[in-house]
Design a protein around this ligand. Structure first.
Ligand SMILES: [Zn+2]
Length: 280
C-alpha cells in the first residue's frame, strides 16, 4: 500500500475498501470500531488501532525510547512483555531485553524497513554476556559468527552470545498462547548455536523441532547476525478481515486451526509443501 493511497483513505476506511473490493460478493461492510487489526501483508499493509509497546517495562526496554515505531498487534506486544519476564525468571540478574522497531502506530511504509508495516514484525537484540558469564548490555551492532563471540563496537572488549537466555526467549515466544510465530529470523550461525543448546537442555522435543523450522536466515535480506526479527501470523479473525500471510503456515499451526490436519501433521505431503514454498 503506497503512501499516496493511504493519504486518500484513512486506515479504517481503507480496510473497509479492501473488504468490499476483495472479490467476495458475500462480504458486507464491517465496522472495525476499536478492535485492533493487522491489514494486508507485512510489506504492503498497515495497522488499525494497534497496541503500543511502552518504552520500558520490568524486564525490557526499547532501543529507541520516545520514538514512535512501537505499534504492534496486541498479541505480539503482550508476548514481548511476557517473554522478557520469562527470561528474567528463568535466569535472574540479566539485562533488560532490548527491543527495536515494531511498526509505526498506524503501520504503513517505514523509512528503515521494507516490512514492519502491519504490526506483525519486531526486531530484538540478542542477550549478551561477558566471557565470564556476566550479563552485559548490547551497545551498537554486535554481529556474531557461529562461534558466538564478537568485539563490543564501543570498548573493543569481547562479548559472548548468551545461549541460555536467547533460547529461553525463543522458547517463550514459541509457546505463548497469544500469538503464532511464523519466523524468527537469525543467522545460520546463531540458529545452530541455539539448536545445539536446546538439544542439550530442552525437555520438550516437539518444541525443538518447531524451532528448527521457525529459526531461519532470510534469503533476501541481511543475515541477521546481530538481532532477531520475529514475524507473527494473522489471527483467524484478521485473516477474515483482510490480513494476509505468505506461506508457509507450519504444520502444527495448521493442525491447531483445523482438526482434520491433526491426523498427519508431519507427513511427506506437508514436507513437500514446505520445501516448495517461496523463501521469505
Ligand atoms: Zn526487522
Amino acid at each position: 500500500m503506497s503512501r499516496a493511497r493511504r493519504s486518500v483513505f484513512a486506515p479504517g476506511v481503507a480496510a473497509l475498501a479492501t473488504l468490499l473490493l476483495g472479490g467476495c460478493l458475500a462480504l458486507r461492510p464491517v465496522a472495525l470500531g476499536d478492535r485492533s487489526l493487522s491489514v494486508a501483508g507485512t510489506s504492503s499493509g498497515w495497522l488499525h488501532r494497534g497496541a503500543r509497546l511502552a518504552d520500558r517495562g520490568p524486564h525490557f526496554e526499547r532501543a529507541r525510547p520516545g520514538e514512535p515505531t512501537r505499534g504492534g498487534v496486541p498479541g505480539l506486544v503482550t508476548a514481548l512483555e511476557r517473554a522478557s519476564s520469562d527470561v528474567e525468571h528463568a535466569f535472574p540478574g540479566g539485562m533488560p531485553l532490548r527491543i527495536g522497531d515494531l511498526a509505526s502506530p498506524t503501520g504503513g511504509r517505514h523509512s528503515r524497513h521494507r516490512s514492519h508495516r502491519s504490526g506483525r514484525d519486531v526486531d530484538i537484540l540478542y542477550y549478551l554476556m561477558s566471557p565470564t558469564g556476566v550479563p552485559v548490555e548490547p551497545r551498537g551492532r554486535v554481529a556474531f559468527s557461529r562461534f558466538g563471540v564478537a568485539p563490543d563496537p564501543e570498548t573493543g572488549e569481547i562479548v559472548v552470545f548468551d545461549d541460555a537466555r536467547n533460547w529461553q526467549l525463543v522458547r517463550s515466544l514459541l509457546t505463548d498462547p497469544s500469538l503464532e510465530v511464523q519466523w524468527i529470523f537469525c543467522s545460520r550461525g546463531v540458529k545452530s548455536r541455539l539448536l545445539r543448546h536446546a538439544l542439550a537442555t530442552e525437555p520438550d522435543r516437539a518444541l525443538l523441532a518447531r524451532a528448527a523450522y521457525v529459526l531461519a536466515q532470510p534469503a533476501n535480506a541481511a543475515p541477521h547476525d546481530d538481532h532477531f526479527h520475529v514475524r507473527v501470523l494473522c489471527t483467524r479473525e484478521e485473516t477474515a478481515l483482510g490480513c494476509r500471510d505468505v506461506a508457509p503456515i507450519w504444520p502444527w499451526l495448521r493442525a491447531a486451526r483445523d482438526p482434520d490436519e491433526a491426523a498427519d501433521p508431519y507427513d511427506d505431503r506437508h514436507l513437500l509443501e514446505l520445501l516448495a514454498a517461496p523463501p521469505p
